[in-house]
Design a protein around this ligand. Structure first.
Ligand code: CA
Length: 334
């Protein structure tokens, strides 16, 4: 690595070598409250030190999505080096300032971690975290699992997701990992906007990437946590970094796909009434939600119509919709 590209952040423990280490990513963070202060983001490495894949597990990429931080904090303590063949790097709270604030974006710089890759060594705090993660973790990893949920503003029927990629073999590899993960739904996803995502940073290097949307509303449930726990275990088994069997989900994964036509954005602000629950089948042309103008009682509510046949997998969480808000994700069986 050239010196110009060496991150300003540093790890407090070695990333390579056998054993289990709990450390921090440390970034200089000079501010009014602490002139010579730093930001310290916890991470763990569990390694056999021997041959085997390197796997990066991340949560808290967005700060209001908590399955990742909970499940990965648990795993960091419970996974023994003797169980591992290769290396597992765990960052439960990737955008640590955002997770600490319980907000999607960093309260320090407003940074969206999943739009900040590949990061900048001399950028904002969020860009500096992204830069370190890309140069030190993604560069070493063979496979990356990034656990997301809907956060405060969205709710999803829990799914794991791989991407439609230009490379057919890479797409297929991710699809196999998606099936191994064992979420109720496995979505082969077309992103709305993939620029700056950790996903893209990993896939650009030809590596295996998998993510999830495990519910939402800014909290967790026993169900979404159980999906995350099983999925993380299965992902580690699938990529060969731990031994053991794939833990079968209660029902086989329903494989689905979407494209740009399956996203609905809000065109009129107001009170939103959903006429369907997540997981419901919807028909093209069917009204799936109504939006009431808060400022007048005459006139009919605006109808939100399904553009395609499919299943409602995602929706706005909350009762008020603003113009441009994400309203619905509709996917179909693959
Ligand atoms: Ca997210």
């Amino acid at each position: 690595m050239s010196n110009e590209n060496k991150s300003r952040a540093a790890a407090t423990v070695p990333i390579e070598g056998p054993g289990r280490r709990f450390g921090h990513i440390v970034l200089p963070w000079s501010r009014n409250e602490s002139g010579w202060g730093s930001l310290r983001i916890p991470f763990a490495v569990i390694s056999s030190g021997s041959q085997g894949p390197t796997v990066l597990l991340t949560g808290g990429n967005h700060g209001d999505e908590f399955e990742g931080p909970i499940v990965l904090s648990d795993l960091a303590r419970s996974l023994e080096p003797s169980q591992v063949r290769g290396t597992v790097i765990i960052v439960p709270a990737l955008n640590y300032p955002a997770v600490k604030a319980g907000q999607r974006l960093s309260p320090i710089d407003g940074g969206n971690m999943n739009r900040a890759f590949r990061g900048r060594r001399d950028g904002t705090i969020t860009e500096q975290i992204a830069h370190f993660v890309e140069e030190e973790f993604v560069a070493r990893a063979d496979a990356v699992l990034d656990l997301h949920a809907g956060g405060r503003s969205m709710a999803f029927s829990p799914f794991a997701a791989s991407h439609k990629l230009p490379d057919a073999a890479q797409t297929e590899r991710a699809k196999q990992a998606l099936l191994a993960f064992g979420a109720p739904i496995g979505l082969v996803l077309e992103e709305l906007d993939n620029e700056g995502m950790l996903d893209t940073a990993v896939e650009r290097r030809g590596k295996l990437f998998l993510s999830t949307e495990l519910g939402g509303g800014g909290s967790t449930s026993p169900e979404t946590l159980s999906i995350a726990r099983r999925g993380v275990h299965n992902f580690l088994v699938h990529v060969g970094v731990i031994d053991g069997g794939i833990a079968a989900p209660p029902k086989p994964t329903r494989l689905m796909t979407n494209d740009a036509a399956g996203y609905i954005a809000c065109e009129q602000a107001g009170l939103i009434e959903y006429l369907h629950d997540l997981g419901d089948a919807v028909r093209r042309g069917e009204t799936i939600a109504r939006i009431f103008d808060l400022d007048r009682l005459d006139g009919e509510p605006c109808e939100v119509v399904a553009p395609i046949d499919g299943t409602l997998l995602g929706r706005l969480h909350g009762g008020l919709a603003a113009v441009g808000d994400f309203l619905a994700l509709i996917a179909r069986d693959l």
